[in-house]
Design a protein around this ligand. Structure first.
Ligand SMILES: Nc1ncnc2c1ncn2[C@@H]1O[C@H](COP(=O)(O)OP(=O)(O)O)[C@@H](O)[C@H]1O
Ligand SMILES: [Mg+2]
Length: 241
């Protein structure tokens, strides 16, 4: 049976989609069969981050409303051994999806995949409840910014109330020089606020931004410090999942 990992954040723009695409790619490089599901209804991004936007025909709403079969909505990323994407719909109205629908979909995918990675919408609203419905564990993405850390903590509390006991978090867009000025929260300060264990830290690196804009998960290039860092982070996440 596979495992469903939710990638979530309180605040938007912290790097969930970039993290989800690289987490999926990394796990596929490690030999796992992975499905990435974009649950940003009406605001999908994961297809662009993976360079698969021209191949999307069916989406998760089509699957959940019975318009197509699961297999038809899974696009294979040919650069990685077993990495598949299921996109979110472009049209939000199209998606009248309940948490129960999502749970059923996740349970079906668990039979065929080792990991199902859900790129959740930002925030703590109804869309998150749907995205999180089938999750076995969650990774909260945050950045060294007081507002983002408080939002991450609020989200963590909500995920706990939803029954997701296995939670870790990642601090993204870290600028060591800036942190050393004391003008933004330090890693230790963030760790003090957050209840779950930290899975890792990702530097702010314009190469990550450029790769995402060009549809390439940056871990594709093996041997870089970024790829090694993702590998370590994913090891901790798999252990906690
Ligand atoms: N570690 C990083 N270094 C530099 N830029 C990053 C990093 N992580 C994400 N970004 C950039 O930050 C922006 C928001 O990332 P995204 O993954 O879309 O966030 P979210 O899905 O949480 O809204 C994008 O422009 C992305 O390229
Ligand atoms: Mg996103």
């Amino acid at each position: 049976m596979g495992k469903v990992i939710l990638i979530a954040s309180g605040k938007g723009g912290v790097g969930k989609t970039v993290f989800a695409s690289n987490a999926g790619a990394k796990l596929a490089q490690e030999g796992y069969k992975v499905a990435l599901i974009d649950m940003n209804m009406g605001l999908r991004n994961l297809d662009i981050c993976l360079g698969l936007e021209n191949r999307v025909v069916y989406d998760v709403a089509d699957v959940l409303t019975g318009m197509c079969r699961i297999k038809q909505a899974l696009i294979k990323d040919r650069r990685f051994p077993e990495l598949y994407l299921m996109s979110a719909p472009q049209n939000k109205q199209k998606a009248e999806i309940t948490p129960l629908h999502m749970k059923v979909l996740c349970n079906k995918l668990k039979r065929n995949f080792d990991f199902i990675i859900i790129d959740a919408p930002a925030g703590i609203g109804e869309d998150l409840a749907v995205a999180a419905a089938g999750a076995d564990s969650a990774v909260i993405v945050t950045v060294p910014e007081y507002a983002a850390v408080r939002d991450a903590d609020m989200l963590d509390q909500l995920l706990l109330e939803m029954g997701i006991k296995k939670r870790t978090y990642v601090i993204n867009k870290v600028l060591a020089n800036l942190i050393s000025t004391g003008l933004v929260p330090s890693i230790a300060e963030i760790a003090e606020i957050m209840r779950p264990d930290m899975a890792g830290i990702i530097q702010y690196d314009e190469n990550i931004h450029i790769a995402a804009n060009n549809g390439l998960p940056i871990v594709y290039r093996e041997g870089t410090y970024i790829e090694k860092n993702f590998k370590n982070i994913l090891e901790r996440i798999v252990e906690a999942s």
